[in-house]
Design a protein around this ligand. Structure first.
Ligand code: N01
Length: 551
């Protein structure tokens, strides 16, 4: 049968965070396509719409945490924080939506529940929670990598009579901690950021820690206006290009020194300087082998352990807070404001879940092996079902009845983190298999937006209707992603990068650890080779039906 259905729009984009907004702009303004964006929240912002917990901010410096598609936008916007805080990033994204009139193509408070590829029509049939159905030629996911919250299934969890919140779904009007007894479970990025702020507001705070963390002082403050006006704004083109070719998507130079080739004295002086300056510079500005060589890494890990021993006054707390079971940076590297200092406060206690595990949540608090902790509020800073969780919330079906949930049951498989074999015309912005969460996200997001936009423009120019990753190319990429990961220190910790935080999740390293610049070069080489590893053409079903009809 010949194709009967027509597309309602050229593209459906899922999500209105950085990825969805940028993709909408690119497709509508630069390619002239019709686009429908669906967004679960009632406004734009994605991550920065949902994560409103106290202390939430980004750990990329603000001047490089932005879109680059508009020079006027780069020049006009003035960040106030050195590290952008959640309200400021949200207002930036709201400004972008208003300035480029993006909201008119976004339907808010709408969740995509299913997306099925109709092979005969070469269309994606997209269904929402409101029962609407939209047919589109292309389906593009901008759902984010860290957007499905993980609230652990602790026995008795739902019996708690107080208030409980996950950091990634924080109430818009805030939480009043004044005089309250509060529990925070989790000491990842969200816990480390929120714990010092909650401690200042609460009557009493008990932190439940499963894994002790390395964290480096951020030395957060207001943005240096001279730096912004004289060094950043006149040089944005070069800075952005440097970020695009860098390892992590930030325009900085890594130190050339090796940690084991200097004296102990010199090494300590370099670490001290990095510690004083603060932020991720402590790592990239000190020695280039910290993240590559376990012995080198040990020197930096031990330096931080000593800082914890110096900062925290109670030796019992020191014993719990000093990380010993994984090297620095094998879990997400953290930067903080007053994290370890917070444990010197009289109103803060720490429970080490390694020796005193949670048995259950009761009506009045949390019971561990050693006793009962009565609290008014529980904050779950327990992270996310990262990279795959949000895909699995939708029923995604490709050709030949393929289901993404089944195809990824042993871990996500993709070609370049952009496409999946058997799912034609479906693109993922920062999907698993791309640098994504190991980079400054806007740089990686924009690279995908540009790459997808260029491919769609190429298809239009060449009158091609369908693109699909080839099975062999995908298998080779998955092997490459695993090979690169296996050579890194990331394999030395239980982290969400490996799915280790979610019981039963396959243990597979999900992002691409080869670096933003190297990845970009791969993507460019594939285009230069005529989109090597992708099959581009007209849909087989249509060609066959035209033949049958003598067309
Ligand atoms: O989540 P996490 P997050 N019982 O998974 C613990 C980005 N981000 O929301 O380490 C008890 O890192 C868990 O323990 P363990 C950033 O990419 C960025 O903090 O698994 N504890 C861990 O301590 C980040 O990496 C920014 O042993 C349990 C914590 O909960 C990612 O988001 C800010 C538990 C979860 O830490 C996620 O960060 C915020 C259980 N059952 C987030 N389950 C910035 O840019 C989990 N835990 C600064």
């Amino acid at each position: 049968m010949a194709s009967t259905k027509k597309a309602d729009v050229d593209a459906v984009v899922i999500g209105a965070g950085f990825a969805g907004l940028g993709m909408l702009y690119r497709l509508r303004e630069q390619l002239g396509l019709s686009v429908q964006v669906f967004e679960t929240g009632d406004d734009v912002g994605g991550t920065w719409y949902w994560n409103r917990y106290p202390g939430a901010r980004c750990d990329s410096e603000s001047y490089i945490y932005c879109f680059s598609f508009s020079d006027e936008l780069l020049q006009d916007w003035n960040w106030s924080g050195k590290y952008p805080e959640q309200p400021e990033i949200l207002s930036y994204l709201q400004h972008v939506a208003d300035r480029f009139d993006l909201r008119r193509n976004i339907q808010f408070e709408t969740r995509v529940t299913a997306a099925h590829y109709l092979e005969d029509d070469n269309l994606w049939r997209v269904e929402t929670n409101l029962g609407e159905v939209v047919h589109a030629r292309f389906l593009i996911s901008g759902i984010g990598c860290i957007s499905t919250g993980n609230v652990p299934d602790i026995p008795g969890r739902d019996s708690f009579k107080g208030d409980s919140f996950h950091t990634g779904a924080w109430p818009h009007d805030g939480v009043d901690f004044a005089g309250k007894r509060v529990a925070v479970i989790g000491t990842g990025s969200s816990g480390v950021q929120s714990i010092p702020v909650i401690a200042e507001q609460a009557g009493h705070l008990t932190v439940f820690q499963r894994t002790a963390q390395y964290t480096i002082p951020a030395r957060h403050g207001t943005v240096d206006r001279r730096f912004l006006d004289e060094e950043v704004k006149p040089n944005y083109t070069e800075l952005l290009e440097k970020a695009r070719r860098s390892a992590g998507g930030i325009p900085v130079d890594f130190s050339e020194r090796l940690a084991l080739e200097v004296s102990d004295e010199e090494r300590n002086a370099i670490y001290e300087a990095g510690w004083r300056e603060g932020g991720h510079r402590f790592i990239f500005g000190s020695f280039r082998d910290i993240m590559a060589n376990l012995d080198a890494n040990h020197t930096a890990s031990e330096f931080i352990r000593n800082k914890i021993r110096e900062t925290v006054k109670d030796p019992n707390l020191v014993a719990k807070l000093v990380p010993t079971d994984h090297p620095l940076g094998s879990k997400r590297a953290l930067i903080d404001t007053n994290y370890f200092e917070t444990y010197n406060r009289d109103n803060v206690a720490l429970v080490d879940l390694k020796t005193d595990p949670i048995e259950c949540i009761t009506e009045t608090g949390i019971r561990t092996a050693s006793g009962e902790f009565d609290v008014d509020i529980i904050v779950f800073a327990t992270g996310f079902d990262a990279m795959t969780g949000s895909f699995f919330k939708m029923d995604i079906q490709g050709r030949d009845g393929a289901r993404l949930k089944d195809d990824w049951s042993e871990g996500p498989k993709s070609y370049l983190g952009l496409q999946v074999h058997k799912y034609p015309n479906l693109f993922m912005i920062t999907g698993p298999g791309s640098p994504s969460v190991l980079s400054n996200m806007p740089v990686s997001i924009e690279q995908h937006i540009e790459w997808i936009g260029d491919l769609i423009a190429h298809m239009r120019d060449e009158e091609l209707d369908v693109v699909e990753a080839q099975a062999g190319a995908q298998a080779e990429w998955v092997t490459h992603v695993n090979d690169v990961a296996s050579q890194t220190l990331y394999m030395h910790a239980n982290s969400w990068y490996l799915g280790a935080n979610i019981p039963g999740k396959p243990r597979v390293f999900m992002p691409y650890a080869g670096g933003v610049g190297a990845y970009r070069a791969h993507c460019e080489a594939i285009v230069d080779d005529g989109y090597r590893g992708f099959t581009l053409g007209r849909p087989a079903a249509q060609v066959a039906s035209e033949h049958a009809a003598g067309g």
